[in-house]
Design a protein around this ligand. Sequence first.
Ligand code: ACM
Length: 643
Amino acid sequence: MSYRLDLVIIDQQPAESRFALTIHNLSDKPIFQWALHFTMGRWINHASLSHGQMEQVGSYCVLTPDHNTPLLPNGHFYTEFTIGTQPFTLLDDGIIDAFICSDGQASFITPQPVEITALGLQQPHRDRHTTPLEPTVELPIIPAPQQLKALAGHFTLDQHTAISQGPHIAAGCSRWLQAELENLLHEDVGISPEGNIHFQLREQMATGAYQLLVEQDDIWLLASSEAGFCHATASLLQMIPAGPSHLADAAYRVPMVEICDAPHFEHRGMMLDCARHFHPVKRIKFLLDQLARFKFNVFHWHLTDDEGWRIEIDAYPELTRIGAWRGPNETIVPQFTTISQRYGGYYSKQDIRDIISYAADRGIMVIPEIDIPGHCRAAIKSLPDLLIDPNDHSVYRSIQGYQDNVLSPALKGTYTFLTNVLDEVCALFPAPYVHIGADEVPKGVWADSPACQALMDEQGYKDTKELQGHLLRFVENHLTSKGKRMMGWEEATHGDKVSKYTIVFSWISEEAGLACAKAGYDVVMQPGQATYLDMAQGHSAEEAGVDWAGKLTLEQVYQYHPLSELPANDPARHHIKGIQCALWCELINSQSRFEYMIYPRLLAIAEIGWTAPEKRNWPDFSARLAGQFAYLDKVGINYRRCE
Ligand code: ACM
């Protein structure tokens, strides 16, 4: 490669570091009118540059030399700058992607590749974190069931196995079981009145509860609800040995067992960010297979953000024609990875219906998230005539480095846009909930907008946060009129305008969740410090991920006890609906990295959501986890190894 980029830390203080950046021209030709384009996950203090100028939008930085100085053959350009940051400890903290171009003022950019060397960190070597596990056990079911009785003998799963036609509410999970068995046996598996796997109604059982009975000649799955049948199916799938079948003709011995089981929390979710990087439908379906297997029941789908709009909206084709794509020559500038190319994608309405029905067969509800009023840059850039107030001169910067990513509560177009988008979202998703984000609206927003000031005067608002509440109350009323209940991050309560009917997802801290529950909101716990799967899984510099909420090992995740401080008889307990983990995807652009971040920590989250706290213990979990690796290997999941 003709160009090389080095970044090293030259001074490190608790809240600020100074960096030296060098771009080398390794070729025998000068490059004129050049600009270095690179991405990095922090805001660079532009005034601190020792040489050159920098422009930054989100993670995307464009550096140009003073006076257009050429980069000579075998020459280099050097500059220093500071970043207000805690010390970098991960190689992933460095430059993510880069290219150089020599297009000067030309409107079309022609990227040329740049080799990026590993970030020069100022810290001693740290070994890779390992997790000693207990020896594996028989029947290593995760999450741990309430009661499990191993019986002597086994059921033989083979080409004679068929699913017996069960009650209507077991139709979805029968299809799921059929697909899984066909995959395993490489045979058609029928659903017929004569089958030997039986779904039977037990009206008196609680919603979500189930019994699974494996006998020598029959398997019985008993429940009163669709959810219960799905969880029984999940347990049955885990009973099938994952190792190679030692029997002839792909037959498997399913150990005889009796399981009685029910969930601890009602809401057991995972949030997936599909905006920062686009995840293909196949990746999502494979994830849904695993979520269902480990008894999650909610897929929270983060569909819109500053860096991409991923849901087809008939009223505004621009949202996906423009807002779903970023690149050097696109309206939406490059971010994070793959910055030399046009990058992106979106889900058509048909894709979305397909994912919803695939999830439903597996007992998983899909909740869409349309993030408002912040995190809206992709929408704003796609629909500038509707969503930009030219008289708003407010100066702000979001935590991710955007200065133009917030909808205006004083603009008529904002309400038109939200009404049209939410109407289509409500019609598309059968879930009774819509998540509207509401996180991370930056300070300073709306402060220098005459229209916002007039709205504040008219309404008697004292604080711009009340404008956020004003907009969200409109959204809440609209969703209610469509029969939907609003969900939002904990900042949805800012400005104190939304009703207690809104469900709050607490991400900033455990304490924030507790405060919302005490204030009377129903709450889903998703504290970053315990449930964010984009956090690095150990202290070595090579560990993939970010660490703003700390390093998050498997053991730490497992030790999370939501609201353990809250007395059992505290009325706020009734407001805790459950827990979620989240995968934010700024750095996740491949199947292997996606899986490395999720597994095996997902299995620890599964147990927190499902298993009663008094039944959870690390040695027992770790032994069962050891027994799950054969399955993860079999299906080819790139999980983080514990050894
Ligand atoms: C969030 O992590 N901003 C919800």
